[in-house]
Write a protein of this length. Structure first.
Length: 52
Protein backbone atom coordinates (compact mmCIF):
# COMPACT_ATOMS: atom_id res chain seq x y z
CA UNK A 1 0.00 0.00 0.00
CA UNK A 2 1.07 3.56 -0.62
CA UNK A 3 1.22 5.92 2.28
CA UNK A 4 -0.18 9.44 2.20
CA UNK A 5 3.35 10.91 2.32
CA UNK A 6 4.40 8.87 -0.71
CA UNK A 7 1.31 9.95 -2.62
CA UNK A 8 1.92 13.62 -1.79
CA UNK A 9 5.58 13.37 -2.81
CA UNK A 10 4.65 11.72 -6.11
CA UNK A 11 2.06 14.40 -6.83
CA UNK A 12 4.56 17.16 -6.06
CA UNK A 13 7.11 15.63 -8.45
CA UNK A 14 4.50 15.26 -11.21
CA UNK A 15 3.42 18.87 -10.75
CA UNK A 16 7.01 20.08 -11.04
CA UNK A 17 7.70 17.89 -14.04
CA UNK A 18 4.48 18.85 -15.86
CA UNK A 19 5.63 22.44 -16.48
CA UNK A 20 6.78 22.99 -20.06
CA UNK A 21 8.25 25.89 -21.94
CA UNK A 22 11.23 28.12 -21.45
CA UNK A 23 12.12 30.67 -18.84
CA UNK A 24 9.59 33.38 -18.11
CA UNK A 25 10.95 36.69 -19.33
CA UNK A 26 7.82 38.72 -18.66
CA UNK A 27 7.87 40.76 -21.87
CA UNK A 28 6.59 39.20 -25.06
CA UNK A 29 7.09 42.27 -27.27
CA UNK A 30 10.15 40.89 -29.07
CA UNK A 31 8.39 37.57 -29.64
CA UNK A 32 5.41 39.34 -31.23
CA UNK A 33 7.63 41.55 -33.40
CA UNK A 34 9.60 38.56 -34.68
CA UNK A 35 6.41 36.60 -35.31
CA UNK A 36 4.80 39.36 -37.35
CA UNK A 37 8.05 39.90 -39.23
CA UNK A 38 7.99 36.24 -40.21
CA UNK A 39 4.38 36.58 -41.39
CA UNK A 40 5.24 39.60 -43.55
CA UNK A 41 8.30 37.93 -45.07
CA UNK A 42 6.31 34.81 -45.93
CA UNK A 43 3.59 36.96 -47.48
CA UNK A 44 6.21 38.72 -49.63
CA UNK A 45 7.60 35.37 -50.83
CA UNK A 46 4.14 34.04 -51.67
CA UNK A 47 3.34 37.24 -53.56
CA UNK A 48 6.59 37.05 -55.53
CA UNK A 49 5.91 33.43 -56.46
CA UNK A 50 2.40 34.27 -57.62
CA UNK A 51 0.72 31.50 -55.64
CA UNK A 52 -2.25 33.63 -54.68
Amino acid sequence: MTSTADTAATAARAETRARTGGPEDGSKVLEHILGWTLVVVLAMFVTQLGLI
